[in-house]
Write a protein that binds this ligand. Structure first.
Ligand SMILES: Nc1nc2c(c(=O)[nH]1)N[C@H]1C(S)=C(S)[C@@H](COP(=O)(O)OP(=O)(O)OC[C@H]3O[C@@H](n4cnc5c(=O)[nH]c(N)nc54)[C@H](O)[C@@H]3O)O[C@H]1N2
Ligand SMILES: Nc1nc2c(c(=O)[nH]1)N[C@H]1C(S)=C(S)[C@@H](COP(=O)(O)OP(=O)(O)OC[C@H]3O[C@@H](n4cnc5c(=O)[nH]c(N)nc54)[C@H](O)[C@@H]3O)O[C@H]1N2
Ligand SMILES: [Mo]
Length: 740
C-alpha cells in the first residue's frame, strides 16, 4: 500500500465525487455518491490543526456528497484558513482508509499482507486480546494512546478508565504543550495560557506564540488592540510576524527565557515598578526569587540571552505600564531541557505585576460549570479524569519513577520510555487512535518497539507505513465531516454537528472506543456504543436542553448556563475547589517558588540552565518544528495536496551570515547532521526570520527529510520528560543537487 498520490488522479476524483458520478472499480466513489439529490446544508468542525475550540465549517451537500464549504458564520470561531479550506481534498482523497484490515504476514515482513475484515472480526480479535493481556499481565500492560487528534480523546479516556489501565497517554504527554501547562499549574494552580487583549489592556505580551499556529481571529484581536493604542511586547527567538508588529521585540537565544525574565524582574524590583501589595498578599517565595535575580544585571542578562541590556530594561518598563495581558499558547518553550522552568519564568511576568484576573489583565477563564476546563474542553463526567488522579491509580503508574512530578500532576502517563517498557515486558498491547511514530525523537526506536508488542492496532484516516507497518489491525476512522462527536465547545456555547455519513465502512472514533467498551466492559458505561447519546449526556449534565434541541437550533450555536466570569475570583474562593480564597497551589498562593517541585529534588525556583553547548563541528542551533500556515505536523502533506503547491519539501531558514559563511544560497540543498543522527536533506531559505546561529525548520517531512532523527532521546526536560526538539546542535553543509 502506498501513500503517494497522483495529483491528477486526485483532482479528477474530486471532480467525479462532486458531480455525484461513480468511478468504476473505486469503492470510494461508489459510496460517495448518495442516492438522494436534494441539496442540504450541514455543519461540522474543522480538525486540521486541533486548536481547541476549533473553527466551524458550513457545507453544502447533495445526497451524501459535500460539494462546497464555507465559514460557519454563526459559530464563534468562523474564519477558515488554507488548511481548513483544503479539507475536502482529504475527505475525498482516494488513498483514504475505508475498511478494517488485518495483517497476514509476520511482523517485520516487507509486505504486511493486509486483508479486509469485518468490524465484527476486528472487534472480536481486539477485545479477546485486551482481556487476555489484562488477565495475564495486569491492566497497565495494555497501553491506550491518541495522537494529536484531540477529538477522540474523551471517549478513549473512558475506555481506559473502565478497562482499568492507567497506561493512557497522548501526543500531549509525549510533547505538545502539556509541559507548558505543567508550568501554568505550578505557578497558578490551574492551567491558564492567557488570552487575547481586552478593551482595558494597555500592554500585551506575546510569549513565544507563532501567529501561524493560531486561529485567524487571534490575529484580528491583536491588530484591533494595537489600533486602540495597546502596546505589544513579543518574546520570541525568531523575528516572526508577531515580533514585527511589536513595540518591543525581545529575542532571547533558544532556551534562555529564565535568564531573560530574571533580568526583567530585577529591573522591576530595583525600580520599584512591581505590584508590592499584590506580591505580598497573593504570592509565595518572592524573597527567594528576589535574591536569585540579583546577579542578573542587564549586562549579564545580555551575555546569557543575547538580548541587548538596554532592551531588557525598556521591556520591563513598558510591561509595567499595564494593566497587561499575555498569551502563551506555545508548545515550543517546553521543548528544551529546561522547558518547564523557562515557561514558569515567563509566567512570573504577569504575577509580579499583579495582572492576575484583573480588568485589562490576564483573565482566568472557566468552563461552563466548574472552575477549570478538563480534557480538551470536554466534560469530566465523560472523561472521568478524577479516576486517573486517585492515589491508588497514581501508585500503579509506569512513569512514576522517570517523571515523578509529572506523574503526580498529570492524568496521562509520559510514554517517552515506551521502548524500554516494551523491552522490560511492562507494556504488551497497544490500542491507538491517530498514532504517528514520527512525533518522537529517533522514531526508528519507537517503531521497533511497536513491532515487538504482542498485539497492536490503531485507527486512522490514512495508512501511514512508518507507523502502521507493524500493527496487527488498522481501523478506518470517520473524518470531521462524518461524525457527531465531539461537539464544539466555546465557553458556554456549544456547537453540535450535522454531518454526512462516513465513506466506506469508516466509523467515528468515539463509536470505536465505545463499541469496544461494550464488549470488554458493560454497555451501560458506554452509552450502548452511541456517540450522540454520549454528547447528549454531557450537554444535559451542563444544564443544556440536549442534543435534539441544539440540533434544531442550527445554524445558531446554543448556550448552556454559566456563572458570570467576574474579576479577581481568587478573593472570593472561586479559584480553589475547597472554596477558600487564594489559588489551587500547595502554598495556596501564586508560586515564585514551588514546594511541589522541590519535593522531588527539582529546583523550587524557575532557574536558568544553559542549553547543550554548540561545538566546532555542530555550530548551529536547530529549531525543529515551528509552525507554518499551510502545514500541520506530518499530515497535511499527502492528505491535502493543494498545500504542496505552497511548499513541497523540507525547507530550513538560515540567517544570511550563516548561509554566506558556508557558501549556501537561497534554494540550495543541504545536509544536516547532529551528534545523534543524520544526514537529513533540506532546501534553504535565506532569511532574517532567524538570527545568526539558529536554523529554523518544520518537522513532519518523512524519509530523507525526517528531522526527528537529529534529536537525541536522552536529552530531555527532567520535569516533563519532554524531548529537547528545539535544542540540538547541528552542522549544515551544501549538497551538490538541485532536486528532492
Ligand atoms: N499551522 C499550524 N498551526 C498549528 C499546528 C500546526 O502544525 N500547523 N499545530 C498545533 C499544535 S498541536 C500546537 S502545540 C501549536 C503550537 O503553537 P506554537 O508553539 O505557537 O508554534 P511554534 O511555531 O512551534 O512556536 C512558537 C514560537 O516559539 C518560538 N520559540 C521557540 N523556542 C523558543 C524559546 O526557547 N524561547 C522563546 N522565547 N521563543 C521560542 C518560535 O520562534 C516560534 O515563533 O500550534 C497548533 N497550530
Ligand atoms: N521535532 C518536533 N516534534 C514534535 C513537535 C515539534 O514541534 N517538533 N511538536 C509536537 C506536537 S506539539 C504535536 S501536537 C505532535 C503532533 O502529533 P501527531 O500525533 O503527529 O499529530 P497529527 O499529525 O495531527 O496526527 C497523527 C495521526 O493521526 C491521524 N488522525 C488525524 N485526525 C484523526 C482523527 O480524528 N482520528 C483518527 N483516528 N486519526 C486521526 C493522522 O492521519 C495522522 O496519521 O508532534 C510533537 N512532536
Ligand atoms: Mo501540539
Amino acid at each position: 500500500m502506498s501513500t503517494t498520490i497522483s495529483r491528477r488522479g486526485l483532482l479528477k476524483g474530486i471532480a467525479l465525487a462532486g458531480a455525484g458520478a461513480s468511478a468504476p472499480g473505486s469503492a470510494l466513489f461508489a459510496k460517495a455518491s448518495g442516492t438522494a439529490d436534494e441539496p442540504w446544508t450541514g455543519y461540522v468542525i474543522c480538525d486540521s490543526c486541533n486548536h481547541v475550540p476549533q473553527c466551524g465549517i458550513r457545507f453544502h451537500a447533495k445526497g451524501n456528497t459535500v460539494l462546497k464549504i464555507e465559514n460557519w458564520t454563526e459559530n464563534p470561531r468562523n474564519m477558515l484558513c488554507s488548511k481548513g479550506l483544503s479539507t475536502l481534498q482529504r475527505l475525498y482523497n482516494p488513498n483514504r482508509l475505508l475498511y478494517p484490515m488485518k495483517r497476514t504476514n509476520p511482523k517485520g515482513s516487507k509486505d504486511p499482507g493486509w486483508v479486509r475484515i469485518s468490524w465484527d472480526e476486528a472487534y472480536k480479535m481486539i477485545a479477546a486480546k485486551m482481556l487476555a493481556t489484562r488477565e495475564k499481565y495486569g491492566p497497565e500492560s495494555v497501553m491506550f494512546y491518541a495522537g494529536d487528534p484531540k477529538e477522540p480523546r474523551p471517549a478513549i479516556y473512558r475506555l481506559a478508565r473502565y478497562f482499568g489501565s492507567t497506561t493512557w497517554c497522548t501526543e500531549s504527554s509525549v510533547g505538545c504543550r502539556s509541559g507548558c501547562m505543567m508550568a501554568e499549574e505550578l505557578n497558578f494552580g490551574c492551567p491558564n495560557n492567557g488570552g487575547t487583549p481586552s478593551a482595558d489592556t494597555k500592554v500585551y505580551l506575546i510569549l513565544a506564540t507563532n501567529v501561524w499556529s493560531q486561529p485567524l481571529d487571534w490575529w484580528k484581536a491583536i491588530m484591533a488592540a494595537k489600533d486602540r493604542g495597546c502596546k505589544i511586547i513579543t518574546i520570541d527567538s525568531r523575528r516572526t510576524k508577531a515580533a514585527e508588529i511589536a513595540d518591543i521585540h525581545l529575542q532571547p537565544r533558544v532556551g534562555t527565557d529564565a535568564a531573560l525574565v530574571a533580568g526583567m524582574c530585577r529591573v522591576l524590583i530595583k525600580e520599584n515598578l512591581y505590584d508590592k501589595a499584590f506580591v505580598e498578599e497573593w504570592t509565595n517565595g518572592f524573597e527567594a526569587y528576589k535574591a536569585y535575580v540579583e546577579e542578573f544585571t542587564p549586562e549579564k542578562t545580555e551575555e546569557l540571552t543575547g538580548v541587548p541590556a538596554q532592551l531588557v530594561v525598556e521591556g520591563a518598563r513598558l510591561w509595567a505600564k499595564g494593566p497587561g495581558a499575555f498569551t502563551l499558547t506555545t508548545q515550543s518553550t517546553s521543548h528544551n531541557s529546561n522547558g518547564v522552568n523557562n515557561t514558569r519564568a515567563l509566567l512570573l511576568l504577569p504575577i509580579i505585576m499583579g495582572y492576575i484576573d484583573k480588568k485589562g489583565g490576564a483573565a482566568f477563564g472557566q468552563g461552563p460549570k466548574g472552575l477549570t476546563m478538563a480534557a480538551y474542553g470536554l466534560h469530566p463526567t465523560l472523561s472521568e479524569v478524577a479516576w486517573f488522579n486517585k492515589p491508588e491509580q497514581k501508585a500503579r503508574r509506569l512513569d512514576r519513577e522517570e517523571v515523578p512530578l509529572w506523574a503526580e500532576m498529570k492524568d496521562q502517563v509520559s510514554p517517552n520510555n515506551f521502548p524500554e517498557w516494551v523491552r522490560d515486558g511492562k507494556v504488551r498491547m497497544f490500542c491507538g487512535w491517530g498514532f504517528n511514530v514520527n512525533i518522537w525523537p529517533s522514531p526508528q526506536e519507537y517503531a521497533a518497539a511497536v513491532a515487538k508488542l504482542d498485539f497492536a492496532f490503531s485507527s486512522d484516516y490514512f495508512y501511514r507505513p512508518d507507523s502502521h507497518d507493524n500493527l496487527d489491525i488498522v481501523l478506518p476512522a470517520a473524518m470531521n465531516y462524518e461524525r457527531f462527536a465531539p461537539f464544539g465547545w466555546y465557553g458556554p456555547r456549544i456547537a453540535v454537528r450535522k454531518p454526512v455519513k462516513p465513506l466506506g465502512e469508516c466509523r467515528e472514533d468515539w463509536r470505536i472506543a465505545f463499541e469496544l467498551g461494550c464488549i470488554v466492559d458493560k454497555p451501560e458505561h458506554f452509552f450502548g456504543g452511541d456517540p450522540k447519546a454520549a454528547c447528549d449526556f454531557v450537554i444535559r449534565n451542563l444544564g443544556g436542553a440536549g442534543w435534539d434541541a441544539f440540533e434544531a437550533a442550527l445554524p445558531a450555536v446554543s448556550k448552556v448556563p454559566a456563572p458570570e466570569p467576574g474579576f479577581e475570583k481568587f478573593r472570593t474562593g472561586r479559584m480553589r475547589p475547597d472554596g477558600k480564597p487564594g489559588f489551587n497551589t500547595v502554598s495556596g498562593k501564586l508560586d515564585f517558588a514551588s514546594a511541589r517541585a522541590g519535593k522531588y529534588g527539582y529546583p523550587e525556583l524557575p532557574v536558568f540552565k544553559p542549553m547543550m553547548p554548540l561545538t566546532k563541528e555542530f555550530d548551529l542551533r536547530f529549531m525543529n518544528g515551528t509552525r507554518k500556515p499551510h502545514i500541520t505536523h506530518s499530515k497535511t502533506r499527502s492528505d491535502q495536496p493543494f498545500l504542496l503547491d505552497i511548499e513541497n519539501c523540507l525547507t530550513i531558514d538560515m540567517a544570511p551570515e550563516d548561509a554566506e559563511k558556508r557558501g549556501i544560497r537561497e534554494g540550495d540543498w543541504v545536509e544536516i547532521r547532529s551528534p545523534y543522527g543524520g544526514p537529513v536533506e533540506a532546501k534553504v531559505t535565506v532569511t532574517i526570520l532567524v538570527p545568526p546561529g539558529l536554523v529554523g525548520a518544520q518537522y513532519g517531512w518523512l524519509g530523507k527529510q525526517n528531522t526527528q532523527v537529529l534529536v537525541g532521546r536522552e536529552v530531555r526536560d527532567p520535569m516533563s520528560g519532554y524531548s529537547a526538539y528545539f535544542e540540538m546542535p547541528v552542522s549544515v553543509k551544501k549538497l551538490e543537487k538541485t532536486e528532492a
